[in-house]
Design a protein around this ligand. Structure first.
Ligand code: SAM
Length: 286
């Protein structure tokens, strides 16, 4: 359904400027079209004008936080894109299994399904104990869901099949984990409509609010694995490059970056990585 709302470029600039002025958020390098659509939706849903939106968010910080939450797209799944998990497994086994410790960062983790998926894979590989898991997102509300590890069954159930596809299916993992048992990792109660991740998974990661635009490494360490899937797609080309360079600088020498299935690294920075299937391996600096 097409919208009747028309927002000018000047209004979008004015809104981005207002947000930047009253907060640490900076959306000026987000993809214009995607940012426009999110604002259009807010105006439509709340039946307000852009002037009202700007006025209100400059006066009321809680309102601003709500707007920020609505600007971000938080769609995620358990074992999203199951075939990618085969490549992640290969990288973990070949590159990092022999290491004493593995540092992993999920940047833009949303409500945490990706984080729990990776922990399950690490556990099946016997690598969970030596992994340190960090996960961040700009949106505090989804982070709180991630921290609780509790989901609505009806929201997660479509993706529970991904567990079998990613771990048990012959075509993806060549029967690698034929006995992976979902009940070991989560309590599923369809009648009470919840899925609760098991305590040993919930207590493992450090979830923290972090804005990738800042390009600050708040964790004070380099990472063997950075997953930033389906996040860069919301940024414009300049911001994508800035964030990819930032990841490059914060990967270990043999670290790798995993981005979304429909995302890619293009231009001169692509030469900093060697792409193998879905995984971008950092090239040694000269
Ligand atoms: C579509 S979700 C992807 C979640 C997960 N990585 C996946 O692939 O299923 C995108 C996430 O990026 C987060 N995000 C957007 N802008 C961000 C920023 N500047 N810094 C950190 N996270 C951001 C959003 O809040 C959202 O949770």
């Amino acid at each position: 359904m097409s919208s009747n709302i028309i927002i000018s470029k000047e209004e979008i600039n004015r809104l981005q400027y207002a947000i930047k002025k009253v907060s640490s958020y900076d959306f000026s390098d987000y993809s214009y079209n995607s940012f426009y659509r999110r604002i259009e939706k807010i105006l439509e849903d709340d039946k307000i004008t852009i002037d009202y939106l700007i006025d209100n968010l400059t006066k009321d910080y809680n309102y601003l936080e709500r707007v920020v939450r609505n600007i971000t797209v938080n769609t995620t799944e358990l074992f999203r894109d199951p075939e990618t998990w085969f490549h992640i497994r290969m990288a973990l086994e070949q590159k990092y299994a022999a290491k004493k410790s593995i540092n992993i960062w999920h940047a833009g983790c949303s409500s945490g399904q990706e984080v729990y998926s990776l922990m399950i894979l690490l556990n099946e590989l016997g690598l969970l104990e030596k992994a340190s898991i960090y996960a961040s997102d700009i949106n505090e509300a989804v982070l709180n869901v991630a921290i609780s590890g509790r989901y609505k069954y009806h929201e997660l159930s479509d993706y529970i099949d991904n567990f079998d596809k990613a771990l048990n299916s012959d075509e993806i993992n060549h029967g690698k984990f034929p006995h992976a048992d979902i009940k070991k990792y989560m309590e599923i109660n369809r009648f009470k409509d919840f899925v609760q991740m098991k305590e040993f998974l919930v207590e493992k990661p450090l979830f923290i609010k972090h804005d990738l635009v800042s390009c600050e490494n708040i964790f004070d360490r380099d990472f063997d694995l950075i997953l930033c899937r389906n996040v860069l797609i919301y940024f414009n080309h300049d911001l994508q490059n800035k964030v990819i360079n930032f990841f490059y600088d914060n990967l270990t020498k043999d670290g790798c970056l995993i981005i979304g299935r429909h995302e890619g690294i293009i231009g001169s920075i692509a030469s900093n990585f060697q792409k193998k299937d879905a995984i971008y391996f950092r090239r040694y600096s000269l």
